[in-house]
Write a protein that binds this ligand. Structure first.
Ligand code: ATP
Ligand code: MG
Length: 415
């Protein structure tokens, strides 16, 4: 419990430590490995952006813009927002830096995001995402490649079982407009039975009613027309190519015709990887195609597709990630040994071995700490050993102990 006069953390932030940190780091390093296999370059993005970057791209009626952004005027009077997502900032960077000369561009990013939400398990005000974007590719093969990478990532994390790829299309501009009109007709006919939020969304953003979680909206959303009847030939051909490409790549998926993404900029492919292992926070990875976004922000017309996944949610699904164990703990006994131990630790570390050097304590204490740290070996040096230029090397797994020359330790530990 925090004491009365201590400073509390900001609500919805986390101090990630110990095993939780190991899981978190494992997600990031696995992503970093897999994104290289698919030729995605890393990119570092600012945490702060002009508020307009998000207000203009996400759409004024979305929850993120209307309720969740951390925005403030800086000391110069400019409106700044802590990024609530990566995509809009990456689109801004694409325009600012003239990255169209590099298309097709495959980018990968990770880091903290900020949304003013009601904190609960799997939902924080500062959370973290890994993010992947393919910019400047209009072909359905880009969608397939991006989804295959997500699928491989989940497999390599060992969490693919119980996570399902749900796929939908939102069509092109014409399909979406025709579908939108049909949805407005359908929802108008049931207006009185809809939740207040959905009545408000009805004219501005009727697609959002489809994924409403309000039980009053569910039956009306479920009986709404799906997009299939409104798809143009081009939009249908595009979706068919994505589905066929996923099948060919061995990526399992299911159709969810109610799936729409919260943000306004999506076209064609929309998808979520969903699990029932995280309660209400079941979406672990989500994204889609956003062909209109870069042009909306004042850049050249540029097709693009991307996804983001919550690192905390992925980390919660991992089982049994254990801290990388250290190779050896050095246990010196006596002043001379203590002095030699520091130099020995430096030598072994330069040889690439993970070594722990207790700062104080008797032999028993130090051996306890070596075991607690998960060390494979203890290197015990007393005055006698030191005089012979040796140390006692004890295997902490089986208790076996033998004397080894100090200059042969690195080799003995590497075996
Ligand atoms: P949700 O429906 O759960 O609010 P969303 O549609 O707002 O999700 P996206 O903007 O698509 O989420 O973000 C992609 C992923 O980032 C989500 O699938 C989730 O894993 C993660 N995420 C989003 N918001 C949070 C949050 N507040 N805390 C932790 N993770 C989050
Ligand atoms: Mg949300």
């Amino acid at each position: 419990m925090a004491k009365a006069n201590t400073i509390n953390p900001v609500r919805g932030t986390q101090d990630i430590f110990g095993e939780e940190q190991e899981r978190f780091a494992h997600v990031v390093s696995t992503f970093d490995r897999v994104r290289r296999l698919y030729g995605f370059q890393g990119v570092q993005m600012p945490v702060i952006e002009p508020t307009a970057v998000f207000a203009r791209s996400l759409g004024e009626t979305t929850d993120v813009v209307s309720k969740e952004m951390y925005s403030f005027d800086d000391r110069g009077g400019d409106s700044i927002t802590l990024r609530p997502e990566f995509t809009a900032g990456i689109a801004r960077a694409f325009i600012s830096n003239g990255w169209q000369q590099h298309v097709p561009l495959k980018l990968a990013a990770h880091g903290p995001l900020f949304r003013y939400e009601r904190p609960q398990k799997g939902r924080y005000r500062q959370f973290h995402q890994i993010d992947a974007e393919i910019i400047g590719a209009a072909e359905p093969q880009a969608d397939v490649e991006l989804l295959a990478m997500a699928d491989q990532l989940l497999h390599e994390l060992g969490i693919a079982d119980g996570v399902t790829l749900q796929l939908n299309t939102l069509g092109d501009g014409d399909s979406r407009e025709a579908w939108r009109a049909a949805l407005i007709d359908h929802f108008e006919a049931h207006r009185g039975a809809l939740s207040e939020d959905s009545q408000e969304r009805l004219q501005k953003n009727p697609l959002r009613i489809l994924d409403s979680k309000d039980p009053r909206d569910r039956p009306i959303a479920n009986s709404a027309p799906d997009i299939d009847a409104f798809l143009t030939d081009e939009a249908k051909a595009f979706f068919d190519a994505v589905c066929a490409g996923l099948d060919a790549a061995g990526v399992a998926w299911t159709r969810n015709s109610r799936l729409v993404r919260g943000l306004d900029y999506y076209r064609h492919t929309a998808f979520e990887f969903v699990t029932d292992r995280l309660g209400a926070q079941g979406t672990v990875l989500a994204g889609g195609r956003y062909d209109g976004l870069i042009e909306n922000l004042g850049g050249p017309s540029t097709p693009a597709v991307g996804w983001a996944a919550g690192i905390e949610r992925l980390a919660m699904l991992l089982d049994g990630v254990v801290a990388a164990s250290i190779d050896a703990a050095i246990v010196p006994m006596g002043d001379a040994a203590e002095a030699r131990a520091a130099a020995l630790a430096a030598e072994l570390r330069r040889a690439g071995l993970a070594v722990e050097l207790g700062y104080k304590g008797n032999m028993k204490k130090r051996m306890q700490r070596a075991n607690a740290a998960g060390a494979r070996y203890a290197i015990i040096i007393g005055d006698d050993e030191l005089a012979r230029g040796e140390a006692a090397l004890k295997n902490l797994a089986d208790g076996e102990q033998r004397d080894v020359k100090l200059d042969a330790l690195a080799e003995a530990l590497s075996q």
